[in-house]
Write a protein of this length. Structure first.
Length: 397
């Protein structure tokens, strides 16, 4: 994974924290780096969310003392074919719950008492609240990352999202602290009665991790796409525009970093595409990813503006990664964060499907690259995780 916990230990809290998340999101925005650098003992549960190829480690527990890995344990993970993903979800969730409880109890005598249980997922926070009720952990923190609208054309998906909503309500009701990624998420949770309409909740977005790198774009135009490869991410738009892009920018290349459920679909598209496309697959080391992205010219985040797209309520981790690597961004207006991209001129916001708008924006960024890059770096420094994450763990009664 490539954690970076070389931060002054004088900042470290003498507390034990249990942090639960799903791969490949466990260190999104440097959150694992921050936790490892600021807590004396960390019990990190990492459950696999998507199949990310041979480089992906199994579900596991990693235990750190003063930022150093002292114990590692691979844990049971269910194996289902992608077509059974929805049907198996309840089984997988139950097994995850059992493992959180079992291993937390197993390690208690050696690493307890547990001061904080921290997670970003409603179900795993609900699991932490159960542990709190039976006196295993003291406090639970719910950093709300997403929301899955119950309405969906697929009845099974709609039903499963409704179930998740029930866990969301219980997790939010019993957590000691709730933080939202953005105002849009907070407003939604208030409207549907999950949290109090009278209370004001902290807003903490995904952080950046700007590390100065030599980024001088080549004469070739390199587009970067980072993230889980699935259709909602908007890669179709790029492939559909490939003929026009290649005609306008003859030396254009597309680099795709990541893996996901629709990778084989896009590999087939790439074979017919005029733009040379390289698939790097899942890269567990964050620093390696950052270095590779920095060799590109522009980060692409053309999310599909669909009301069922769960990205609408989230925060764009891929855009934060582009900014961390000093890359200007071309994005659609799905995320609330697009307003900041536009206001800071760290990129350009376009309309999904507007090929001419895409060409015009890419040409404009390349013609004024120093301006856009300097703005991207400035924004990355402003949103560095060391500046914004302290409020996640303060004010616990």
């Amino acid at each position: 994974m490539g954690y970076n916990n070389q931060i002054k230990t004088m900042k470290r809290q003498k507390k034990t924290i249990i942090y639960v998340n799903f791969s490949p999101y466990e260190n999104t925005g440097g959150i694992a780096d921050y936790i490892l650098s600021h807590f004396s003992t960390v019990i990190l549960f990492i459950f696999n969310f998507h199949r990310l190829g041979k480089k992906q480690e199994r579900s596991r527990i990693e235990i750190y003392r003063m930022g150093r890995l002292v114990e590692k344990c691979y844990i049971f993970q269910t194996v289902f074919a992608p077509k059974w993903a929805l049907v198996s979800l309840s089984i997988r969730s139950f097994i995850i719950f059992l493992q959180i409880v079992y291993h937390t109890l197993r390690y208690k005598s050696k690493y307890g008492p547990y001061d904080i249980y921290f997670s970003v997922n409603a179900f795993t926070v609900w699991s932490g609240n159960i542990l709190k009720k039976i006196g295993i952990v003291k406090k639970t923190i719910f950093w709300v990352w997403d929301y899955y609208p119950p309405q969906h054309p697929n009845i099974m998906i709609s039903f499963i999202r409704w179930i998740y909503w029930q866990f969301d309500k219980e997790a939010s009701k019993n957590a000691d602290k709730i933080i939202f990624l953005n105002k849009r998420l907070e407003k939604l949770h208030k409207q549907i009665g999950i949290v109090s309409k009278k209370h004001s909740y902290p807003i903490v977005g995904i952080g950046t991790n700007y590390i100065p790198l030599k980024n001088k774009p080549n004469k070739d135009v390199h587009l970067a796409f980072l993230g889980t490869i699935k259709k909602s991410q908007g890669l179709d738009f790029i492939f559909d525009s490939s003929k026009m892009l290649q005609k306008t920018f003859p030396t254009i290349h597309l680099d795709i970093f990541g893996d996901g459920p629709d990778e084989s679909y896009y590999r087939q598209l790439a074979k017919q595409c005029l733009i040379p496309t390289k698939f790097y697959g899942y890269i567990p080391n964050c620093r390696t990813v950052n270095t590779l992205i920095a060799k590109c010219s522009v980060g692409i985040a053309t999310y599909i503006p669909d009301k069922e797209n769960v990205s609408y309520f989230g925060d764009p981790s891929k855009i934060k990664a582009y900014l961390s690597a000093g890359l200007p961004v071309i994005t659609t207006d799905v995320f609330e964060f697009h307003k900041i991209i536009k206001d800071t001129e760290s990129g350009i916001v376009i309309t999904y499907g507007d090929m001419h708008g895409l060409i015009k924006s890419l040409r404009h960024i390349l013609q004024h690259y120093s301006h856009y890059q300097s703005r991207a770096i400035r924004l990355a420094k402003q949103l560095h995780y060391e500046k914004i994450y302290p409020s996640l763990f303060t004010s616990l009664k």
